[in-house]
Design a binder for this molecule. Structure first.
Ligand SMILES: [Fe+2]
Length: 195
């Protein structure tokens, strides 16, 4: 096993691949404090709460979820999602064979700004999975659908790579936004993501 994880990649967003331990929350809070006007200590507390709640919810033994891919995205207003990008998340990483039958999830929360759009149920229409080609058409089809009313700090669990994985989209980013996600796995599983 390479000794080079944990690793932080920090540009417009912060990505961390490595063990779930307090030191990465400290670094993540520093990053957030550097690009928002939030107090570092409070940010660290919010991040810690998010990590503890999601790791506890994640299925698997302690070993199967001792590592994570954690991401913070800080966005300024932009028009990229004026047209929603409805999609289901595909497989995020390889499964270890023993865990194949288990639902795997990505957890997300919005600390500031517009929240993820999440449809309350999956329409049959998405069986084609041609989300990119059909983006405009899907936006049109779902125009009248009322997304679930997520608010800041609500944690959403998105199963991925399943037929019934939730249909969602980035929101129209009309104001500053801080969005956080995490995926848990064993050391080997998480390592496959950052290589
Ligand atoms: Fe997604």
């Amino acid at each position: 096993m390479s000794s080079s994880i944990p690793e932080f990649r920090q540009k417009d967003c912060l990505n961390y691949f490595g063990p779930v331990e307090p030191s990465f929350v400290t670094v993540a809070a520093k990053f957030l404090a550097s690009c928002t006007d939030g107090a570092e200590e409070q940010l660290a507390q919010s991040l810690d709460t998010f990590i503890k709640a999601t790791q506890a919810d994640c299925v698997g033994t302690a070993r199967e979820k001792e590592h994570c891919w954690f991401e913070i995205r800080v966005d300024r207003p932009k028009e990229d999602f004026k047209t929603p990008r409805w999609h289901q998340d595909g497989p995020m990483r390889t499964y270890q064979e023993a865990a194949e039958g288990e639902p795997r999830s990505k957890y997300a929360t919005t600390l500031l700004g517009p929240c993820t759009l999440l449809l309350p149920s999956n329409p049959k229409i998405l069986e084609t999975q041609a989300y990119v080609a059909l983006r405009e058409w899907l936006a049109d089809q779902f125009e009248d659908k009322e997304p679930i009313n997520l608010t800041n700090r609500n944690i959403a669990r998105f199963t991925w790579g399943r037929d019934d994985s939730p249909v969602h989209s980035e929101p129209n980013i009309v104001s500053d936004r801080v969005f956080i996600t995490v995926i848990y796995g064993s050391q080997d599983e998480i390592q496959t993501l950052w290589n």
